[in-house]
Design a protein around this ligand. Structure first.
Ligand SMILES: [Zn+2]
Length: 95
């Protein structure tokens, strides 16, 4: 039985097993607990991940890559929703 935690976005109670990294929602502020699978704070539910987090990443992929690079995370696969992409910085921000 997995512990239930509160979604950091909508406050819904859900299984910790289903938690997602909410970064960069809502304002691109990064906290290490966001990407810690064992964290019980600063994690979001699947609904919020699909409706808020993924669109924010996809809509500004260049900034997302920039911020990941700044955090030393660009060499990892980044999750932008349907697929896991190995990220290559686009030639132009609109690509
Ligand atoms: Zn939620």
């Amino acid at each position: 039985m997995y512990k239930e935690i509160h979604c950091c976005i909508c406050d819904k109670l859900f299984s910790k097993k289903e938690s997602h990294n909410p970064y960069p929602y809502p304002d691109w502020s990064y906290l290490p607990s966001m990407e810690n699978y064992n964290s019980e704070i600063n994690r979001c539910c699947k609904d919020c991940n699909d409706k808020l987090v993924m669109p924010m990443r996809k809509n500004n992929l260049a900034r997302y890559a920039f911020e990941l690079d700044r955090l030393g995370r660009l060499n990892t696969n980044i999750d932008i929703g349907n697929e896991i992409n190995t990220f290559n910085l686009p030639e132009t921000p609109n690509e």
